[in-house]
Design a protein around this ligand. Structure first.
Ligand SMILES: *Cc1c(COP(=O)(O)O)cnc(C)c1O
Length: 231
């Protein structure tokens, strides 16, 4: 377990350095530990180390881990994978956040299925900032229309936008793609929406994401190690 703690500290140090470099306060940047494919015991170890926000991509894996870790009541589970309509209930019942909304139908089901005794489900709309056909997410010109419908759903709380840029080490390309998300958030705020979240930045691009204004990093392999099956 020493390695997982060291890795988490190394990631926190990268975040601190990247924030300092651009004059940001590290407290503005939340770290989501993306635990998909890794065992609940790893999550529990990080929990004891103080980490509270964990990200999962697969509904059944999320549900299993929620059950195993039920005694860790203040874990904040974020669902960050593709979501089909027949799986929305399990996510509405178990997650605190969903980052991957790009269809009204899924948002409506989550709102209807969110248990009344829980706070509203926090939502980010996923935007396809790279334009790659393989990526899910809204086109930039679809974001305002969906946001204005999602804010009306009673059991959801629209928090912001999420993106996965193209896999690149070119910081110019990354900066350009992250800036699409930043500009869209500003447009939504100009229309009166209260948003506080830019979910962007992963193991390989978190410095660029912080420079662009990320408030929530989704970091997997830099903490847990390489995954043995792909996402
Ligand atoms: C797997 C995954 C991550 C974490 O990726 P790493 O490169 O391992 O940090 C972040 N966001 C999403 C949507 C993912 O599916």
């Amino acid at each position: 377990m020493a390695t997982i703690f060291t890795a988490l500290q190394d990631v926190q140090a990268r975040i601190d350095t990247a924030c300092t470099a651009v004059g940001r306060n590290p407290a503005e940047v939340k770290l989501l530990a993306v635990s998909k494919t890794f065992p609940a015991s790893d999550i529990h170890a990080l929990y004891q180390f103080g980490q509270r926000a964990f990200g999962e991509n697969y509904v059944q894996e999320l549900v299993n881990k929620c059950q195993i870790l039920a005694e860790c009541k203040d874990i904040e589970w974020h669902f960050i994978g593709p979501l089909q309509s027949n799986k929305t209930r399990l996510v509405a019942e178990n997650a605190a956040w969903v980052h991957t909304i790009d269809r009204l139908k899924i948002a409506e089901r989550l709102s209807a299925q969110r248990p009344q005794h829980l706070p509203p489900l926090n939502i980010c709309l996923q935007v396809n900032v790279s334009g790659e056909a393989s990526k899910s997410g809204l086109a930039a010109d679809e974001v305002i229309a969906l946001a204005e419908q999602v804010v009306k759903l009673p059991q959801l709380c629209l928090r912001g936008l999420m993106c996965i840029p193209e896999s690149s080490h070119d910081s110019t390309i990354l900066a350009q793609q992250f800036s699409v998300l930043v500009q869209l958030k500003a447009q939504l705020q100009a229309r009166g929406l209260t948003l506080d979240t830019l979910s962007m930045g992963m193991s390989n691009d978190l410095e660029s994401a912080i420079a662009a204004g990320s408030t929530l990093l989704r970091v997997g392999s830099a903490i847990f190690g390489l995954r043995h099956y792909s996402s």
